[in-house]
Design a protein around this ligand. Structure first.
Ligand code: FKS
Ligand code: ZN
Length: 667
């Protein structure tokens, strides 16, 4: 029997699951259609699904506790706490009367107890993550928290679990910067108000808004509410003005708004208001993003803050969609590769309008957005067409059952010379003893034939074959010539769609076919080649790799949807170790995690850090990023403009042609 500590180490520190059945022990006691959806079953089905899929057993079980008065007073007023304290002793009529002071919430004799446990669950999770007992985790709680305010309950929420958790982390662990990502479909106005003037907490929320016609109908939820005083720029609101938003819309907002800003902010802790009413089938959200998308959203946040991420349940009212989404979130937290993304056709017009508005409202606060376009001249266009437009039809609300998830048996294979120690978490992939003769003559015109290591190449071929069969998840190889090794891999995997990401100042593979079987993105600091076609994209940047990774590489990669990712480090690279690890981390969200990293011999020191990222350890944090150079931002923007016609996920403006002409006029 393996000792649990070693097991956790092997699992890169593990994932906490905070849960207690007690939180199912309150419910609505009278007739109120607005509150009827918030049921105990929400918690039961979520937990049962985690148990049934074997995910719960892979987590570190973590008990809840009751939050103390002091914990609750970090966010709420004494008067409000005292009022809630009386509810366990109230009669039904008193409870009904008490409820009337607030909007869309109900009280029950046991809700105060559960609300204390919900806060305590979030704090237990913060403790487990901050003390390093686990890397990340999820708390399954009821009542939710993000609507409750200093002195008011609201929207099923009694105490603000996540806001309290943020203050607690700052107080107890001296955390300097907290990022709160609220992907619930309602605006967490309670969280926003708690931190609106506080630059140490960056609050991001997307929410169904419909030009203020959707609950909680606040002017404060619109894109131009960006925070106050010192906190200006540290509240990011993305209003959804239409229902039916899809995976593309969510991912576009992550790539073009949240991630660039989050990397610039450099959080030390990430908290997620993890509501799943933003998923398909939910009666409140009426959106169309599939449960799979949460595996990606989670994955994309998992390498911020050195991996410290706490997800706390908020809403989610379709029990099927809710429990699937919870599972996919926990699956990512555990380090399993996200499923291949589906249906990424690019964001819809209404989403683009929201993206453009938010980016423009935040231009003056975040240097990664300094070149964002103006907001569209009329931001009410979608309002006018909204009512007449076909709503999402019933037929659209059927979504495929997420694939039964089987993590590959083996993890990370290393093709490295015998004299190099096999990095922790990897296994040495055998050099093929029966290396067939490899015909390199076709490639010899491309690259001078140096110290050709035929046996390395044949093990690479074998390795790619095993990746294809899902027998191995990913691999890395130290090779004497990256170009030759790549050429070899291509020569032997004719059927696949391969995303090639090159980093470094050496030209590679000029002779690749341009038929879409590969998409190459090459980052260098010296200008290399001109783009030849939509499948070959050279990116010349002095620094700002993370910005380019979020807003260029990720959208391209998601839309291309490769079968395999080939990441190559060629000589003359300016990317440092932590950026490199971030890149390795982000790219593992593609191709079901199938990735092969090629490193040129001279950069032996990168083998360890690369292996560590490939086998699931969090990338080291980059801290807050310096402002990217104007030159870099120019280069990036003009590249995105040029590519947008072919790659819709790169789009950040509603009326593309109108934006192009303003762009042309200003540059
Ligand atoms: C019924 C109107 C219901 C209230 C919606 C409250 C949403 C709560 C939540 C939370 F995460 F807090 F649970 N309006 N058609 O989902 O945001
Ligand atoms: Zn909600």
């Amino acid at each position: 029997m393996e000792n649990p500590l070693a097991a956790r180490c092997r699992k890169k520190m593990g994932t906490a699951l905070v849960h207690d059945e007690e939180m199912t022990r309150y419910k609505l006691l009278w007739f109120d259609p607005a509150c009827a959806i918030e049921t105990p079953e929400r918690l039961t089905v979520s937990h049962e699904a985690l148990v049934r899929t074997g995910l719960a057993a892979r987590c570190v079980p973590t008990p809840v506790r009751e939050a103390s008065d002091d914990d609750i007073l970090l966010v709420h007023s004494k008067e409000y706490l005292d009022a809630v304290k009386k509810t366990p002793y109230m009669t039904l009529d008193d409870l009904k009367e008490f409820t009337l002071h607030y909007g869309d919430v109900y009280f029950h004799p046991n809700i105060y107890h559960c609300a204390k446990l919900a806060v305590g669950a979030a704090l237990q999770l913060v403790d487990a993550v901050m003390t390093g007992k686990v890397r990340n985790g999820m708390a399954l709680v009821r009542p939710p928290g993000h609507h409750s305010m200093r002195s008011a309950a609201s929207g099923f929420c009694v105490f603000n679990n996540v806001a309290i958790a943020a203050k607690y982390a700052q107080q107890k662990y001296a955390v300097q910067r907290v990022l709160i990502v609220d992907w619930d479909i309602h605006h967490g106005q309670g969280v926003q108000y708690a931190f609106e003037d506080d630059p140490s907490v960056l609050y991001f929320s997307w929410h169904r808004y419909e030009h203020q016609e959707f609950w909680p109908n606040l002017r404060d939820s619109d894109y131009d509410c960006v925070g106050k005083d010192n906190g200006a720029g540290f509240t990011i609101n993305v209003p959804w003005n239409k229902i039916g938003m899809q995976n593309s819309d969510y991912l576009a907002v992550f790539c073009h708004v949240l991630l660039p800003v989050a990397y610039e902010f450099g959080p030390e802790l990430v908290l997620v208001c993890a509501g799943f009413d933003s998923a398909i089938g939910d009666p409140e959200g009426e959106m169309c993003a599939t449960p799979d998308v949460f595996a990606h959203l989670t994955h994309l946040l998992m390498n911020l803050a050195g991996g410290k991420l706490c997800a706390v349940l908020e809403g989610g009212y379709n029990l099927t969609s809710l429990s699937q989404s919870v599972c996919l979130t926990v699956q990512s937290l555990l380090g399993d590769p996200p499923p291949r993304p589906t249906d990424l056709q690019g964001p819809c017009q209404s989403a683009l309008e929201s993206i453009q508005c938010v980016r423009s409202a935040h231009r003056k606060y975040w240097s990664c957005l300094q070149h964002a376009a103006e907001r569209p001249s009329s931001d009410v266009s979608t309002k006018l067409e909204a009512s007449g437009e076909a709503r999402v039809s019933k037929a659209d609300l059927v979504w495929p059952q997420p694939a039964r998830h089987l993590p590959p048996a083996l993890g990370t294979a290393a093709v490295i010379p015998e004299d190099l120690l096999c990095p922790l978490g990897c296994f040495r992939f055998p050099r093929d003893p029966h290396s067939q003769d490899v015909d390199v003559s076709t490639w010899s015109s491309l690259t001078p034939r140096r110290d050709v290591d035929v046996s390395t190449w044949s093990s690479l071929t074998a390795l790619v074959g095993r990746l294809e069969k899902n027998e191995i998840r990913n691999g890395l190889a130290l090779v004497s010539d990256v170009s030759m090794a790549m050429a070899h891999v291509f020569g032997h995997t004719p059927k696949q769609r391969v995303l090639v990401v090159c980093v470094g100042d050496t030209e590679v593979l000029s002779g690749l076919p341009e038929d879409g079987k590969t998409l190459t993105v090459h980052f260098s600091k010296e200008a290399l080649d001109k783009p030849r076609c939509k499948y070959y994209i050279p990116v010349c940047l002095k620094k700002s790799l993370m910005q380019a990774a979020c807003s260029l590489l990720l959208p391209l990669s998601y839309q291309y949807d490769p079968d395999l990712v080939l990441l190559a480090r060629v000589p003359g690279s300016h990317v440092d170790q932590s950026e490199w690890q971030q890149l390795v981390g982000l790219l593992q969200g593609l191709a079901g995690g199938h990735m092969l990293v090629l490193i040129q011999e001279g950069e032996k020191t990168l083998v360890g850090p690369t292996a560590s990222s490939l086998s699931g350890s969090p990338a080291s944090s980059l801290g807050p990023l310096p402002a990217p150079g104007a030159e870099d931002i120019e280069a990036l923007e003009s590249l995105k403009w040029r590519l947008t016609t072919d790659w819709k996920l790169l789009q950040t403006c509603k009326d593309f042609t109108a934006c192009c002409s303003t762009k042309a006029a200003t540059t």
